[in-house]
Write a protein that binds this ligand. Structure first.
Ligand code: DGY
Length: 328
């Protein structure tokens, strides 16, 4: 019996490629060549499944060029690279990788918060540049994290993980804003209090963004919102580029209208706005919040599970449009 054919758009763990090869005819891109839209379409043409990452856009042009496609398995929890309506119209199942990256990503939110508030990377650059010739009382004095008020915008699983870390580990008062309020038991478990976005921005000592990207969440933080924040506040974005207006943020940081920022995601990444690159009070990382070895392996395996479960057993696993396709 012929086996389904799948394409893996990017380099992934060899053991996961081997797992997939035991079920499918597989074309790989282990050299990790970056494929343009038409190149990706040519790569995926004639395949029933595609394993992709957040860097690959699944849009109407690709779907039209790949009529045999039945499933796109994203190796990411965020799926703003998917045109979900177009996928549903083309009867292509869309899957992502929730849960497996929650704690690792929440850890990284705290890593960026701590690094920005306590000026870790800025002081390290100073030391490496040979500028440390003597100690002084205010050298790289930053902001405290413990005991402060933490504001979280976006209270999904990762936001909840950050809330627990803040409340239990750092003795923080946690406030949050979300499209919908959590049920009281979950709020109590996270020790988090629901407030309006404006109250959060005015009250929080530090703000962490974990909201998914959509047209509605574009520029959740712009000049007006930055103006509401405390001058001692730190802003952390581990959600998606486009949630923050990077130009407005660079201006607020340059004018010290907020103290610092920690950013893992950017508008137009992998390009980073030169205004941000020029500033010392921002910690910049290349979209690595979920990048621990065990978590990236778990993400790759979950994307593979999605392909196997659907193409071999006919069962959707962590699917985004199974209901819309009448499969759930
Ligand atoms: C995710 O899973 O959405 C992370 O941002 C990695 O892309």
């Amino acid at each position: 019996m012929s086996r389904p054919a799948i394409a893996i758009a990017r380099a992934i763990f060899p053991q996961v490629v081997e797992r997939l090869q035991s079920h499918f005819d597989v074309v790989t891109n282990q050299q990790d060549t970056l494929l343009s839209g038409p190149e990706l379409a040519a790569f995926a043409r004639g395949k029933a499944g595609l394993l992709c990452t957040g860097s690959e856009r699944i849009d109407p042009a690709l779907l039209a060029a790949c009529p045999d496609l039945k499933i796109c398995a994203n190796m990411a929890v965020g799926y703003n690279n998917f045109d979900l309506d177009a996928m549903t119209a083309a009867r292509v199942l869309a899957t992502n990788t929730p849960d497996v990256l929650t704690e690792t990503t929440a850890d990284f939110g705290f890593a960026l918060l701590m690094a920005a508030a306590r000026r870790v990377t800025e002081s390290e650059h100073f030391l490496r540049a040979g500028q440390w010739t003597r100690w002084s009382y205010d050298m790289f004095a930053g902001q405290d994290v413990h005991g402060s008020t933490l504001g979280i915008i976006g209270m999904g699983r990762i936001g909840q993980g950050i809330a627990r870390r803040g409340a239990l580990g750092f003795g923080m008062r946690v406030i949050y804003h979300n499209r919908s309020r959590l049920d009281p038991a979950l709020e109590a478990d996270c020790q988090a209090q629901y407030v309006s976005k404006e109250e959060l921005l005015r009250t929080a000592d530090h703000v962490v963004l974990v909201v998914p990207y959509s047209a509605a969440s574009h520029h959740t933080i712009g000049a007006a919102e930055l103006a509401m924040m405390k001058p001692t506040a730190v802003l952390v974005n581990i959600a998606r580029g486009g949630i923050v207006d990077d130009v407005a943020l660079a201006q607020a940081l340059r004018e010290r209208r907020i103290a610092a920022a920690g950013l893992d995601v950017f508008e137009g990444e992998p390009q980073v706005h030169p205004d941000l690159l020029a500033l010392s009070n921002v910690v910049l990382t290349p979209h690595i919040a979920s990048a621990s070895v065990p978590t990236r392996l778990a993400m790759a395996n979950l994307a593979a599970d999605n392909l196997i479960d659907f193409l071999v057993h006919g069962r959707p696993r962590t699917a985004l449009n199974a209901q819309a396709l009448g499969l759930a």
